[in-house]
Ligand binder design. Sequence first.
Ligand SMILES: NC(=O)c1ccc[n+]([C@@H]2O[C@H](COP(=O)([O-])OP(=O)(O)OC[C@H]3O[C@@H](n4cnc5c(N)ncnc54)[C@H](O)[C@@H]3O)[C@@H](O)[C@H]2O)c1
Length: 335
Amino acid sequence: MDKIRVGIIGCGRIAQRHAKHIEEQAQLAAVCDVIPDRAKDLGTKYDVPSFQRVADFLAYEGMDVVAVCSPNGLHTEHTIASLNAGFHVLCEKPMALSSTDCEEMIKTAESSNKRLFIVKQNRFNPAVEAVKQKIDAGDLGKIFSVQPNCFWNRNFDYYRKSDWKGTKKLDGGTLYTQFSHFIDLLYWMVGDIEEASAMIQNYAHEGVIEFEDTGVVALKFMNGVLGTINYTVNSYAKNMEGSITIFGEKGSVKVGGQYLNKLEYQSFEGEPIGELSEGNPANEYGEYQGSMSNHDKVYENLTAVLNGEGSIATNGLEGLKTVEIIEKIYKSANV
Ligand SMILES: NC(=O)c1ccc[n+]([C@@H]2O[C@H](COP(=O)([O-])OP(=O)(O)OC[C@H]3O[C@@H](n4cnc5c(N)ncnc54)[C@H](O)[C@@H]3O)[C@@H](O)[C@H]2O)c1
């Protein structure tokens, strides 16, 4: 079978990880970045053509898939242009910054008859997968409540070194860039949200970011489950915790660590979760750590689906749901 050829728009931090896994499981075909040196460096590293203009990149025919790794606020434009140019798309999280934009992306995937994948690699964390299996098997019984804690550190340099992070227009908000993975997992494990009530504040990043650095959220899910999210990027000097705790009638469980990488607590009426594999380390960016680096699993899924084996791990509709929930939360905080 011919290797699937993937091009990348946006040659920044996460693109380096995409390129590595594309080369391991498919073939990197071309790259594009408005900053010519970034495109050139990545292109040279993998010996593939590099482009500065998206239109020129999309006119290059030697690709099957475009991986959209540009700033959040450009995902819609780049995804729609790539689909219309005849390519499947793997779009980084968050899918977009409004549910209307997500809907346009889904519609375009349908009208162009191409596949749309969204990156939500935390679903592949071993502890997260194990808890999801327990929930689906009914081993927690009825779920009563859920509590994600998102306590990370993002200092001034993190935002100041970027021309888009911290901006309303291209970043969108702390729930979009830092914590959309957690919202996705709430939706995936517990369900959709009926009501949200949030209070948010910018305590330590005044003049540095255009939105909150901290929030508290109360949630009511459509299935009656209650939830609270506590989130901040003010954990002193380093990431402290990224966790989800779930209380059900037949079990309580906490997936924790800094980035949902450890099974920290379990107590079940039935069989406990057994030994888990170590999983991948976090995405390491020098001054800070991101989520678990499971992009290998994302590309395994992409190549399987495009070879006709299996279904998309996170499709456009699921990507839309995360954005819809974030919108509900921010609306309740009058953003
Ligand atoms: N899945 C994850 O865990 C994960 C981790 C990090 C980032 N991300 C997501 O990946 C995306 C990129 O984040 P990053 O940290 O790599 O950012 P980055 O700033 O390092 O990279 C973005 C790149 O896009 C380029 N760009 C901007 N406008 C462009 C345009 N019009 N055409 C082509 N290129 C353009 C920039 O020059 C930059 O090189 C974001 O959406 C972010 O939320 C996801």
